[in-house]
Design a protein around this ligand. Structure first.
Ligand SMILES: CSC[C@@H](O)[C@@H](O)C(=O)COP(=O)(O)O
Length: 351
């Protein structure tokens, strides 16, 4: 398979180059990951973020680990080393289930091919699998876009929270993919982007990539969302997801829950766009989803400006859970799922 190069990432064959999302939109810098620890640090430090992008990045991290230890003549030692690689990549971010999904997929390919292949061939097989995950992600997002765009009408204004765009995936995006697909289909769609405190993925990333794509975008602060809904400016809400439980509860960027509650109050459809790899059928409901708590400096500072002294108590959950009854539909690559979620989710994942 050909090496891949998108706005978010490039696999060169020996390294993974990531656009450094911490500096966007003011600076376009890149980080070159030459080994699996570079990859683990890039995920942890948010050089790359967004559930599907994290998954694909981790898969390439697994390949870099395999390359690093391919000199070991003892194949079992090689296997043990790859267990360590998987372990350290899996400790980077706890909520986005695509991370574990991608690592398990890589691990399965390794175990399935282990008896019949020499180490060098195993490395090639793993590289092929990581590229497959990356290419598939783009196709899946386009399919999510096609399925979701039918829910939007010409002239609609969509509100989104965080960044579930090209930057959060290998390319094209999930929530923003639906908007892209509607625009590509000739519909006139405008977007309101929540800034998404504290990390400002909406202000810094969503606005950047939508403007770059020529999509009309208006930035609002998070606390304006209710008022723009009340004013009748919003026809639909579309967000991404980090993990969807078996019953359809959705973990996504902190603030998503508030948007869903506001949407209900104003009778606005609240859609979640996500690949099936974001659905975690092992987790019964939202209670079981681990919520990452991040560094307090993300709240203490607003983009490098200190807001409060060090001794102020801070709470910084990076995600929240929106209960399924607030979700109008979940847009996947297979179909648009509606309530009853558990039944419909189980049907689609076992198809
Ligand atoms: C297609 S990305 C879906 C989600 O991962 C996205 O909405 C989100 O919450 C990202 O959080 P982040 O902390 O920036 O990784």
């Amino acid at each position: 398979m050909k090496n891949i190069k998108t706005m978010t990432m490039e696999w060169t064959g020996n390294s993974l180059v990531l656009i450094d999302q911490r500096y966007l939109p003011l600076e376009e810098k890149y980080v070159e990951c030459r080994n699996y620890l570079d990859v683990a640090n890039s995920i942890k430090d948010m050089v790359v973020r967004g559930a599907p992008a994290i998954g694909a990045t981790a898969a390439f991290g697994f390949v870099l680990g395999a390359k690093e230890f391919s000199h070991l003549s003892d194949k079992n030692l090689f296997l043990n080393k790859l267990d360590e690689v998987k372990n350290s990549l899996s400790k980077t971010r706890p909520t986005a289930v695509n991370l574990f999904w991608a690592l398990n997929r890589m691990d399965k390919v390794l175990k399935d091919s282990f008896q019949n292949e020499e180490t060098n061939d195993l490395v090639k097989t793993l590289e092929e699998e990581a590229l497959k995950i990356a290419y598939e992600d783009i196709e899946i997002n386009k399919q999510i876009g096609k399925n979701g765009e039918t829910l939007l009408n010409d002239g609609d204004t969509v509100l989104t929270h965080c960044n579930a765009g090209a930057l959060a995936t290998v390319d094209y995006g999930t929530a923003l993919g639906v908007i892209r697909a509607a625009v590509e289909n000739g519909k006139d769609i405008q977007v309101y982007a929540d800034e998404t405190r504290p990390y400002l993925q909406g202000a810094r990333l969503t606005v950047w990539e939508l403007v770059k794509s020529g999509i009309k975008t208006t930035l609002i602060t998070d606390n304006m969302a209710g008022w723009v809904m009340k004013q009748g400016k919003i026809n639909a809400i579309i967000v991404g997801a980090d993990r969807i439980a078996r019953n359809g509860d959705v973990a996504n960027k902190i603030g998503t829950y508030s948007v869903a509650v506001l949407a209900k109050r104003h009778g606005i459809p609240f859609y979640v766009a996500a690949p099936l790899s974001t659905i975690d059928i092992e987790t019964k409901d939202g209670e079981g989803i681990p919520i990452e708590e991040r560094n307090h400096n993300e709240v203490r500072f607003c983009h490098k400006t200190r807001l409060v002294p060090d001794d102020v108590n801070i709470y910084n959950p990076a995600f929240d859970v929106t209960p399924n009854e607030l979700v109008t539909a979940i847009i996947t690559e297979k179909k648009v799922l509606r309530s009853p979620y558990e039944k419909n989710i189980m049907e689609v994942v076992t198809l």
